[in-house]
Design a protein around this ligand. Structure first.
Ligand code: HEM
Length: 331
C-alpha cells in the first residue's frame, strides 16, 4: 500500500468512528420493544427462564430469571401497592365522612375542671416511642413501594435519592426501639385488654360513637381500644418477625420463604397503618379531651366518666393500677 493510500485508509476509518459509529449507537434504544424482557424471552424460546451453568455449589445462582420470581415481582409491584394505597386512602375517606356527619365527639356534660391521672410517665414514654417509631417506619416503608411513582416526580432525583437513603437507614434501625416499646406496652396493658362481656354491650351501642349522649360503661380500655391494642400487638409482632427475616436473609430460608415474609410484611404494614390512622384521628381531633390522656397524662373527670365510667369508680375507690386514686383540680 502506497503512503498516500495508507493516509486515505486512516482518514476513512477516523470518519467512520467519528460520524457513523455515534449514529449506530444512537439507534440502540434500550427501552425499545425489540429489547423488552418479553420479546427477549420469546426470542430465546425459554418461557421466561433464563439460566446457565455455575461452578459454585449453589446451583440456583445459575438462574438469572425464574417465572415464579416474575409472578412475585408482579404481585409485589402491582397488587400489594394497590391494596396498600386503597387501605390508607379508604380509611382517610371513611374518617372524613365520619367527621362531616358526626363532627367532633364532645364531652356531653362539659369539662369539669378536675382531672384524673390516666397514664403515668412510663406508659406515655412507651406509647410515644412506639408511636413515633411506627410512624417513621410506616412512611419510610411506604416510600419503598410508592415513592418512585409519587414522591420522585415531586422532589426530583437528587432529593428523592437522599431521602430514600435516609429512610432506608431509619427503617432498619428504628425497628429495634419499635420492638422494645411493643413488648413494653404489651406488659403494661395486656391485663386490662383481656376481652370480657362488657365489650359486647359496648359494641352493641357502637361505643356511643355514632349518637350523642350514648355512653356504654367501660373499664380502663373499651372494646374499640382493645381492638386497637390487639391489632398493634399481633400486627406489630408479625411485622417484627417478618422484618427480622428480611434484615437477615441468610436465616430466612429459601428465596420463596423470603418472598413470603416480604408479602406478609407489606400487607400487615398496610392494614395496621389504616387502623392506626383511625386511632390517631380519635385520639386527637376526633374526640374532645382524648389527647390529654397521652399528652399530660391527666384527663378531665367528666370525659373519664363518659368514656370509662367503671374505671373512674375503680380509681375513686383507689383500686386502679395507674390512677392516683382521687381527682385533682385542673390548673
Ligand atoms: C400522633 C399519633 C398518635 C396519637 C395522637 C395517639 C393518641 C393516643 C391516645 C390519646 C391514647 C389514649 C386513649 C385513652 O385515653 O384511652 C392512645 C392509646 C394507645 N395508642 Fe396511640 N396515638 C398515636 C399513635 C399511635 C401509634 C402509631 C400506635 C401504635 C403503632 C399507638 C398505639 C396505641 C395503643 C395500643 C393505645 C392503647 C389502646 C387505645 O387506647 O386504643 N398510638 N393513643
Amino acid at each position: 500500500m502506497s503512503y498516500l493510500s495508507k493516509i486515505a485508509a486512516i482518514l476513512s476509518l477516523a470518519f467512520a468512528v467519528a460520524v457513523i459509529a455515534p449514529q449506530a449507537r444512537a439507534q440502540v434504544n434500550p427501552t425499545a420493544e425489540s429489547v423488552s424482557e418479553d420479546a427477549l424471552f420469546q426470542a430465546l424460546g425459554t418461557e421466561g427462564v433464563v439460566s446457565g451453568r455455575v461452578s459454585i455449589p449453589d446451583q440456583s445462582a445459575g438462574n438469572l430469571i425464574k417465572p415464579v420470581n416474575k409472578d412475585w415481582a408482579l404481585l409485589h409491584g402491582n397488587t400489594v401497592v394497590t391494596l396498600s394505597v386503597l387501605a390508607v386512602i379508604g380509611m382517610l375517606a371513611l374518617l372524613t365522612a365520619f367527621y362531616v356527619i358526626r363532627g367532633r365527639i364532645r364531652v356531653d356534660s362539659g369539662l369539669s375542671g378536675r382531672t384524673i391521672l390516666r397514664f403515668n410517665s412510663i406508659e406515655r414514654f412507651a406509647h410515644w416511642t412506639l408511636a413515633s417509631t411506627f410512624i417513621i417506619l410506616a412512611i419510610s416503608g411506604m416510600n419503598l413501594i410508592i415513592g418512585k411513582s409519587v414522591i420522585l416526580p415531586v422532589l426530583g432525583e437528587g432529593a428523592f435519592g437522599t431521602l430514600s437513603a435516609w429512610g432506608k437507614i431509619a427503617h432498619n434501625y428504628l425497628a429495634w426501639p419499635f420492638m422494645v416499646s411493643l413488648a413494653l406496652i404489651f406488659v403494661l396493658w395486656v391485663i386490662e385488654n383481656i376481652p370480657n362481656k362488657l365489650d359486647m354491650e359496648w359494641i352493641k351501642l357502637g361505643g356511643g360513637l355514632f349518637k350523642k349522649g350514648v355512653h356504654p360503661p367501660a373499664k380502663k380500655f373499651n372494646a374499640g381500644q382493645k381492638v386497637i391494642f390487639w391489632s398493634v400487638i399481633v400486627g406489630g409482632a408479625a411485622l417484627s418477625y417478618t422484618g427480622f427475616m428480611l434484615l437477615f436473609p441468610s436465616i430466612a430460608g429459601s428465596f420463596t420463604d423470603w418472598q413470603f415474609y416480604q408479602l406478609i410484611h407489606a400487607l400487615v404494614a398496610a392494614g395496621l397503618s389504616a387502623i392506626i390512622i383511625a386511632h390517631i384521628y380519635i385520639g386527637s381531633v376526633g374526640m374532645e379531651g382524648a389527647f390529654d390522656a397521652m399528652g399530660s397524662g391527666e384527663v378531665d373527670e367528666n370525659w373519664a366518666k363518659e368514656h370509662h365510667s367503671l374505671w373512674v369508680e375503680e380509681v375513686k375507690g383507689g383500686k386502679s393500677a395507674s390512677g392516683k386514686g382521687a381527682a385533682t383540680p385542673a390548673e
